[in-house]
Design a protein around this ligand. Structure first.
Ligand code: SF4
Length: 469
């Protein structure tokens, strides 16, 4: 019988709580740490009957560099599929280099926002790196390992010194195997979960919309079949997961597939609450009603701005009235609504930011996240910011959460933006009526715990920034 190869899925250690997944990397600013979805989806492609599989999530398991290295060396992996982040590049690159030094024969494949462009330069600068995974939904890394790279999509590598780019294309729904959630044993949590343990599920990949500030618009949208998603939901229930975070960029984008999955959840009385991201123009009354019946607790909507002009300019392609409409419908159905708001786009004024905060209160969002615009690699938004002289093209290391201000707007300096962001949080969250509403809606111990921890994070963030300021 052939000896099974060892495959390691690795989220490397770090000095901070880094979240590196889905082509985004940031320092966790709140009580939230889901399973790294890139690694999770990659586990679906490797058959446990053929490979020994192991996950080390050094961030969630709070492992030091030395502990992680020791554990990796003990496991003797043939292939490491690892995460790498723009925010933590100065720690990640030396970590992988040292790993390669200790196990010279190991192959290292990485996925992450730090590797989305300038492939040749990245592969030659990081000489420990054998493969860049540019599409974590697909089985490119598996095909490459099995010596059939021409079957693979979503990988980039060097062959005889020349760079080979095999990018993924938009594909028909994938009949994917169930991702191996149980291999992830870290302390995973989400702020709005009303039960634990939580599982992360990805029913579709990327996003078909053209928003110019968002990297998702540059990736090939792909979904899974309803059968594949339902298989995974059955497995999660059987394994005792009690809350699901659908980390799709736009849940319900593939209407027929999502409808079939939700109808199944209703039919079998699935009984697990969940949350997701969606768009105000994707879910209307019928969709929201079905979502509620199927256990939806909270939807995160990218509201971004309180004016139609930037919504159009940055190609969100919906209007302020549509935002009002969907927020109202979801509220009527008792689905909680989180609005994410983007502040600090080129040319934005103080008045515009203050009106965004007012709008968050007007639509009665249950939660609001005020993020500062980040000129992310590979977006036309970044090109625009470079052209306007707001950022230098050499800036690569950045926190993509929008927590740190990377650039001013031309109208506002970075410090002014930071102060306005701080004010936005204070204005939104420190309203007595808001605090009363939140407390009144707590229904169990898990919710109480996550609210208390989340509230402490918000307070700490504001106090820390005030001290700095
Ligand atoms: S809809 Fe959301 S995820 Fe999709 S491209 Fe726009 S901002 Fe990105």
């Amino acid at each position: 019988m052939a000896v099974k190869k060892n495959i390691l899925f690795l989220n490397p250690p770090g000095n901070k709580i880094y979240i590196r997944d889905y082509y985004c990397s940031k320092v966790s600013k709140a009580y939230y740490l889901p399973q790294p979805v890139d690694l999770l989806m990659q586990t679906a492609h490797f058959d446990s009957a053929l490979y020994n599989l192991k996950v080390i999530d050094a961030i969630a398991e709070k492992k030091s560099i030395a502990q992680t290295l020791e554990e990796v060396i003990d496991f003797k992996p043939e292939l490491v599929i690892g995460m790498i982040g723009a925010v933590s590049l100065d720690e990640d690159a030396p970590f992988y280099a040292s790993l390669k030094e200790k196990i010279p024969n190991v192959k290292i494949a990485c996925s992450g926002d730090a590797l989305l462009e300038d492939f040749e330069e990245k592969l030659t600068t990081h000489n420990w790196l054998d493969l860049i995974v540019t599409n974590f939904y697909g089985n490119g890394a598996l095909c490459w390992l099995e010596g059939r790279p021409t079957d693979a999509q979503g990988i980039v590598y060097l062959e005889n010194g020349a760079v080979v780019e095999q990018h993924a294309k938009r594909a028909k729904p994938l009949d994917m195997s169930v991702p191996k959630q149980k291999l992830f044993t870290g302390n995973y949590r989400m702020p709005f979960a009303n039960a634990e343990p939580i599982a992360t599920v990805l029913t579709n990949y990327a996003c078909p919309y053209p928003c110019t500030f968002c990297i998702m618009s540059t990736l090939p949208y792909t979904t899974r079949t309803a059968e594949s998603i339902i298989e995974e939901l059955k497995y999660l229930k059987a394994e005792g997961y009690r809350f699901i975070y659908f980390s799709d960029q736009t849940f319900y984008q593939s209407k027929a597939i999502t409808k079939a999955v939700l109808e199944w959840m209703v039919e079998v009385n699935y009984g697990i609450n969940w949350m997701c991201f969606s768009r105000v123009d994707v879910v209307d009354k019928a969709e929201l009603t079905l979502m509620k019946k199927a256990g939806c607790k909270l939807i995160m909507f990218g509201v971004e701005w309180a004016e139609n002009e930037p919504l159009e300019h940055y190609k969100k392609h919906y209007t302020v009235d549509q935002i009002r409409h969907t927020f109202k419908l979801a509220k009527e159905l008792k689905i909680q609504r989180l609005g994410t708001f983007l502040i600090g786009v080129p040319g934005q004024s103080k008045e515009s930011i203050l009106s965004t905060v007012k709008f968050a209160i007007e639509i009665d969002a249950d939660y609001a996240s005020f993020n500062v615009a980040v000129p992310r690699s590979n977006t036309s938004f970044r090109e625009e910011a470079i052209k306007d002289g707001l950022i230098d093209a050499s800036v690569q290391v950045m926190d993509q959460s929008g927590e740190q201000v990377t650039m001013g707007t031309g109208e506002l300096t970075r410090d002014e933006l930071q102060a306005l962001k701080n004010k936005a949080y204070r204005t939104f969250y420190f309203r007595p009526s808001y605090i009363f509403k939140r407390l009144a809606n707590i229904s169990n111990w898990t919710e109480f715990k996550t609210h208390a921890i989340e509230g402490t994070y918000v307070l700490k963030g504001i106090v820390k920034k005030n001290k700095k300021g």
